[in-house]
Design a protein around this ligand. Structure first.
Ligand code: MN
Length: 302
């Protein structure tokens, strides 16, 4: 992993001033400046090379690459799989939440991360939303909502079920929502950065889903597990999850049942109880009818 940055005199000054409070003395004559925090040690050599070491070395290196606007040469590796991603890539990331949950909507978010956002985002300890607790998502989601530039779309259950009955499959709906969110955000920004979508369908298929759309954003890049590879996708994922959680709580309150996330035996039981007490039409207002849960719930009633 690359963690040494060659810098100009000006850039060195910026880096020194950034880490000034963490200055550390050294007797090494080849070293111009050294700083050390709990997570990273930064050593600036008289050759104007800056080395990052420690737990956050790669993140810190990536942050500076972005902040200084360096072009990073692709690393020469023997395997294509080991492609190096710039986690702090300045880009729009797009991700969705709720497709694995029987109850509640699908939320899709496109979020922009600019170099000016990175220092703030680093303070939140952002990672894949799947690894963060719902409680923490609600906390940082609020902060992200007030700080970041993003576009968020919610596909509520009634609309989802209606589209499903018209023959839209889930991936087609997702493609439609990602495309809309990205176009909204690009328009809002007034410029067109790189766009990264957390891949749920292979690129060719994604664009085939959109073949009847008038306005299609054509230049997106697709990566699987993109929320682990790009900060912008992690942010989008958290904002989408934040919106999902808010809707989910409202839905639970208004329908009078403590709804459960995901799918599985407990969800089947709850769905069956709801059908029994309120009827299937009521269930369709709060759940996705393409799930096998519906059949299983009816099975339980027999
Ligand atoms: Mn995803």
């Amino acid at each position: 992993m690359k963690t040494v940055l060659k810098c100009s005199e000006e850039e060195i000054k910026r880096i020194v001033s950034f880490y000034r409070d963490y200055y550390k003395e050294t007797n090494n004559q080849t070293v111009l400046f050294m700083a050390s925090t709990e997570f990273v040690t930064v050593t600036i050599y008289r050759t104007n090379k800056v080395q990052f070491q420690g737990k956050d070395a790669v993140e810190e290196y990536n942050m500076w690459v972005t902040m200084l606007g360096h072009q990073v040469k692709p690393e020469t590796t023997t395997s294509v799989q080991q492609k190096h991603h710039n986690y702090n890539e300045v880009a729009i990331g797009s991700d969705e939440v709720g497709t694995g949950d029987f109850f509640g909507p699908i939320t899709v978010c496109a979020a922009y991360v600019g170099s000016e956002d990175i220092a703030f985002l680093k303070t939140l300890g952002i990672n894949d939303s799947k690894k963060l607790s719902d409680e923490y998502i609600l906390q940082i989601g609020e902060q992200l909502k007030n700080t970041m530039r993003f576009s968020l779309l919610t596909l509520h259950n009634e609309k989802f079920n209606q589209l499903f009955q018209q023959g839209f499959n889930m991936n087609k709906m997702k493609a439609y929502l990602h495309n809309q969110a990205i176009i909204h955000l690009v328009n809002k920004l007034g410029f067109q950065p790189k766009v990264i979508i957390d891949q749920f369908a292979e690129k060719g298929l994604y664009y085939r889903y959109l073949k009847d759309e008038q306005n299609v954003f054509r230049d997106a890049e697709f990566y699987t597990k993109a929320e682990d590879k790009f900060l912008c996708v992690a942010v989008a994922s958290i904002l989408a999850r934040y919106a999902f959680l808010k809707h989910f709580d409202q839905l639970s309150d208004s329908c009078g049942y403590p709804l459960l996330k995901g799918a599985g035996a407990k969800v089947d039981e709850l769905a069956s109880q709801i059908i029994k007490e309120k009827g299937e039409a009521f269930l369709q207002q709060i759940a996705k009818i393409n799930f096998r849960t519906v059949d299983k719930a009816k099975e339980l009633l027999k």
